[in-house]
Write a protein that binds this ligand. Structure first.
Ligand code: SAM
Length: 288
C-alpha cells in the first residue's frame, strides 16, 4: 500500500509541524501505513464504527482508521504541537474526526458517545498505558462503554495482561483482565517499526469485555490480589494476613490450601477469595 489517502506522507507532516519525538510523552511514532492499517483492522471491521483513539500524534493510525471506514474517530492528544496536523486530517474527512486536546487519564469520553457503542484503538504512550488499561477495566457500570480495546503495549506488559496461572507474568493485571474480559496478543511489532525505535519489542493486544463477569466487588478483588501478589513467593496463609481478617477462615471457607501461593490461584479462585473476604469483613459467613 503506498498511500491510503491524499494527505502528505507522515514524515512530511512531522517535519512541517516540528513534531520531534518527546520521550516524556512516550512518543514513538508509526509511519508504516501497512502496519497502521493492520492495527486498525485488528479491532474488527471498521465500516461505520465509532472509535476512541488515545495519543494520535501525527495521525498515522488515525488516518488508517478513517481510510478503513470508521464513521467517527474521537482522538485524545496531549501534545499541543500535534493538534494542527490532526486538524488537516479532520479537514480531509469532514465530520468524522474530533480531536480533543487533553490528558486521556482525565478525559471522560462517555458524554461524547451519546450511548453509541465505541471501541478503543491506540498505539499507547508506554508511560501511561497500563494505567489507562486498568482504568478502562475498572469502569462502572459493567458491561462498559467500549466493545473492545485494541492496544499497543511493550511485549512484557502484553504478556502480563494475557498471562495464565503458574507463569511468571501472572499477577494482578492478568487477574483483573481475566475477570472482566478476554484478552489475546494479536501480533508483535519490532522496535524498527517506530520513529524513534524503542528499546524493546511491542505487541498489539485485543481485549473484549465479558458480558457477565463473575459477581465480585472490584475493590475487594483489588485488595486480595494486592496482598497475595505483593508477597508472591510467600504462602497465602502468610501473604493474606495484611487483609486483617482471619486468614485461616478465609482460606478454609474458600476451599484454598493454606500452603498455596498467589500464582497458583486462577481468576475464579481470586474472585471466590474476594467474596469470602468481603463476607468475613462484614462478619457474615462466606457466600455459598
Ligand atoms: N498514534 C501515534 C502513532 O502511532 O504514531 C503516536 C503514538 S505515541 C506512542 C503516543 C502518543 O500519545 C503521542 O502522540 C503522545 O503525545 C500522546 N500522549 C502521551 N501521553 C498522553 C496522555 N496522557 N493523553 C493523551 N495523549 C498522550
Amino acid at each position: 500500500m503506498s498511500a491510503i489517502d491524499d494527505l502528505p506522507p507522515l514524515r512530511d507532516v512531522i517535519r512541517t509541524h516540528g513534531l520531534s519525538a518527546q520521550k516524556s510523552l512516550g512518543q514513538n511514532f508509526l509511519l508504516d501505513l501497512n502496519l497502521t492499517a493492520r492495527i486498525a483492522r485488528g479491532s474488527g471491521p471498521l465500516e461505520g464504527a465509532t472509535v476512541v483513539e488515545v495519543g494520535p500524534g501525527p495521525g498515522g493510525l488515525t488516518r488508517a482508521l478513517l481510510a478503513l471506514g470508521a464513521g467517527r474517530v474521537i482522538a485524545i492528544e496531549r501534545d499541543h504541537r500535534c493538534i494542527a496536523a490532526l486538524g488537516e486530517i479532520a479537514a480531509a474527512y469532514p465530520g468524522r474526526l474530533e480531536v480533543i486536546e487533553g490528558d486521556a487519564l482525565k478525559v471522560d469520553v462517555r458524554p461524547l458517545l451519546s450511548g453509541a457503542e465505541a471501541r478503543v484503538v491506540a498505539n499507547l504512550p508506554y508511560n501511561v498505558g497500563t494505567q489507562l488499561l486498568v482504568g478502562w477495566l475498572s469502569t462502572d457500570p459493567w458491561p462498559p462503554w467500549f466493545a473492545s480495546l485494541t492496544l499497543m503495549f511493550q511485549r512484557e506488559v502484553a504478556e502480563r495482561i494475557v498471562a495464565v496461572p503458574g507463569s511468571k507474568a501472572y499477577g494482578r493485571l492478568a487477574v483483573l483482565t481475566g475477570w472482566r474480559a478476554q484478552a489475546r496478543i494479536l501480533f508483535d511489532v519490532a522496535p524498527s517499526a517506530f520513529v524513534p525505535p524503542p528499546k524493546v519489542t511491542s505487541s498489539v493486544v485485543h481485549v473484549v469485555p465479558r458480558a457477565d463477569p463473575a459477581p465480585c466487588a472490584l475493590r475487594d478483588l483489588e485488595r486480595v490480589t494486592e496482598a497475595a501478589f505483593g508477597q508472591r513467593r510467600k504462602m497465602l496463609r502468610q501473604s493474606l494476613k495484611s487483609l486483617g481478617v482471619d486468614t485461616a477462615a478465609l482460606l478454609a471457607q474458600t476451599g484454598v490450601e493454606e500452603t498455596a501461593r498467589a500464582e497458583e490461584i486462577d481468576v475464579a479462585g481470586f474472585v471466590a477469595l474476594a467474596n469470602t473476604y468481603a463476607a468475613l469483613r462484614r462478619g457474615a459467613s462466606a457466600p455459598a
